[in-house]
Design a protein around this ligand. Structure first.
Ligand SMILES: C[S@@+](CC[C@H](N)C(=O)[O-])C[C@H]1O[C@@H](n2cnc3c(N)ncnc32)[C@H](O)[C@@H]1O
Length: 214
């Protein structure tokens, strides 16, 4: 279902079953490849004592790992109630819940409710949201030091694949769509907010892009 508070039917896709499956995967294998890349980039820059804002953090596994690596506090803004409650449970079980502030919200609609942070993360989130500038601009504005994003990489077969998926989702009247937002446009918005490119890792499907405040 789409609504004012969930404009892409995200809660129907990122539901309790998927959250439970993500937790099982994290327990078995740890962070996914791209999430590990984001953690390593931030740890290499010196995450000790820093504050984290993760938008669309899913089960919150990256927040757990960054807190274990020395980050001071994390804020999570998640649109899916199932993911938000699963993230709370996981953080409690792993003993970091007292250092995470959870918000159930669409960050693009209510950015003013959320404090800025040293590191702001959008890990595989931009491709789930129709209004890319409406999400990336406030995220960049909330960034004190580093903005890190993972989004579909700039490769021709990914452009075609994402568009085919989107057409199929429309054909079968699925409320959820996946989006290919131009990587150059994402970076341009972050640059307008005073950030500059610091690192980029382009994998087969995902690109991890780090920007830092100039
Ligand atoms: C593909 S999942 C990625 C989850 C996690 N970052 C990971 O890589 O495992 C995208 C997540 O972003 C959340 N999301 C999408 N748009 C959002 C928004 N505007 N505000 C908050 N959460 C959002 C979804 O609910 C979902 O949990």
């Amino acid at each position: 279902m789409t609504s004012c508070c969930d404009p892409n039917g995200l809660s129907g896709v990122f539901d309790a079953g998927r959250a439970a499956s993500d937790v099982r995967r994290y327990r078995r294998k740890g962070l996914t490849r791209e999430t590990r890349t984001i953690a390593d980039l931030l740890i290499a820059r010196g995450i000790g004592g820093a504050t984290i804002l993760e938008i669309g953090g899913g089960i919150g596994d990256l927040q757990v790992e960054l807190l274990r690596a020395g980050a001071a506090r994390a804020t999570s803004v998640e649109i899916s109630a199932a993911y938000e409650s699963t993230a709370r449970e996981l953080a409690t079980e792993l003993g970091v819940d007292d250092r995470i502030e959870h918000h159930l919200a669409d960050f693009a609609r209510e950015p003013a409710r959320i404090d800025p942070a040293d590191a702001v993360i959008l890990n595989k989130v931009v491709c789930c949201y129709p209004d890319m500038p409406g999400l990336v601009r406030p995220a960049a504005d909330h960034t004190r030091r580093w903005l890190v994003l993972a989004f579909p990489a700039d490769r021709w077969w990914i452009r075609i694949g994402v568009r085919v998926a989107s057409v199929l989702q429309a054909t079968f009247r699925r409320p959820f769509r996946v989006f290919f937002h131009e990587p150059a446009a994402i970076v341009a918005i972050a640059r307008e907010a005073g950030l500059r490119e610091a690192a980029s890792r382009r994998g087969i499907f995902w690109q991890v892009q780090m920007l830092e405040r100039a």
